[in-house]
Design a protein around this ligand. Sequence first.
Ligand SMILES: CC(=O)N[C@H]1[C@@H](OP(=O)(O)OP(=O)(O)OC[C@H]2O[C@@H](n3ccc(=O)[nH]c3=O)[C@H](O)[C@@H]2O)O[C@H](CO)[C@@H](O)[C@@H]1O
Ligand SMILES: C=C(OP(=O)(O)O)C(=O)O
Length: 419
Amino acid sequence: MEKFVVEGKQRLTGRVKISGAKNAALPILAGALLTGGTVRLTEVPELTDIYTMLEVLKALGAKYTFSEGEVVLHTPEITSAEAPYEQVRKMRASFLVMGPLLARTGRARISLPGGCAIGARPIDLHLKGFEALGAKIEMGHGYIEATAPKLKGNTVYLDFPSVGATENIMMAAVLAEGQTIIENAAEEPEIVDLANFLNNMGAKIKGAGTKVIRITGVKDLDGVNHTVIPDRIEAGTFMIGAVATHGEVIVENVITDHLTPLIAKLIEAGAEVIEDEDQNALLVRSKGKLKPLDIKTLPYPGFPTDLQAQMMALLATVPGISVVTETVFENRFMHVTELNRMGAKIRIEGRSAFIEGVESLTGARVKATDLRAGAALVIAGLVADGVTEVGHIFHIDRGYERFEEKLRGLGAKIYRVGD
Ligand SMILES: CC(=O)N[C@H]1[C@@H](OP(=O)(O)OP(=O)(O)OC[C@H]2O[C@@H](n3ccc(=O)[nH]c3=O)[C@H](O)[C@@H]2O)O[C@H](CO)[C@@H](O)[C@@H]1O
Ligand SMILES: C=C(OP(=O)(O)O)C(=O)O
């Protein structure tokens, strides 16, 4: 198994170009199943999650090419409506093919995604939406089967603004008869990107990016060209890395508005963030002493849970007591024990972590427990005294394109080595 070896006490300096967003590309790829036409996507990041989604689509009948960030895909017909355990187990986002399959063929059989390191992650809200649109749901042998000869528009209230449920229901509703209203919808930028993609195919979606999304069903959808939005979580990770190492980094290819909650917190901590609107870039730097923070993760436009672990790596060496409260997932603190092995002083009480800033972290052998936990440990490794070895980096490869290469471009000494 591969690991990262990170030399500590490194300042990140220079420029880094942010890739297309994994969490926008995945639902958009699933949405490509809604048309028999050709879909051409650019700025698709080369990540294991993207390859997994392409494999899922291929098994369902899609044909594609993928090179240099461009996917050209078409699905003349759906040859199978089943996503098996091996694929869904690798990546929960495979479940996003359920809405498109149901819309296009009236049937979908998908392995139940299990829990994972960050929580139980049920799919009840996805199913509630499909049922409201007239689908019959049956469960057994670890699979969910949904059938609906013809989906019919309806109003769906989401008890929590789930990103995946909003996307899945939106994709099911675009070909349904009549109007669907999703209330208490998630407002994440990736949902807006998916809606723009679908609308350019001929869908009629209004209100994406707000709490109420209205979808008027259409008969069919055409092929389309689409460029995936920049990855705000990748951008945020490099920004946090710049501040944690007291460096100076220009992150290029960003949409500043998507980063508002992070920028606010970095400035509150005493860092400088300067926008270069013409270049779609942000300069991030930190010179003096930083101040502790109180952070609460929330659905967008709140502080993203996907940047919580990285922020904790930063706060671990900020003098004073910081408090980080995780409200989106019930168990997203697996990185805490690993950070503590590096000398951090973090105590968990319920859904909050109390971080007492220490003078310095010390390099150690640690393990990535999930994608963002892995990124946090790399940041901690850059800050620490001595050498850190981060194991289980297959988690990091799920979501960061050429991570170590980009970090080396900023002066970091980080190497990928086999065991
Ligand atoms: C591929 C992708 O885009 N992943 C992102 C997506 O995940 P994902 O779409 O899985 O996240 P959700 O917004 O659905 O989950 C948020 C919360 O809602 C709960 N829930 C969700 C669905 C459901 O049917 N029932 C239910 O109770 C979950 O267990 C969790 O506690 O949004 C998360 C929240 O911003 C991010 O951390 C993930 O990176
Ligand atoms: C949690 C994440 O992804 P997923 O929903 O695919 O597990 C993430 O991107 O941080």
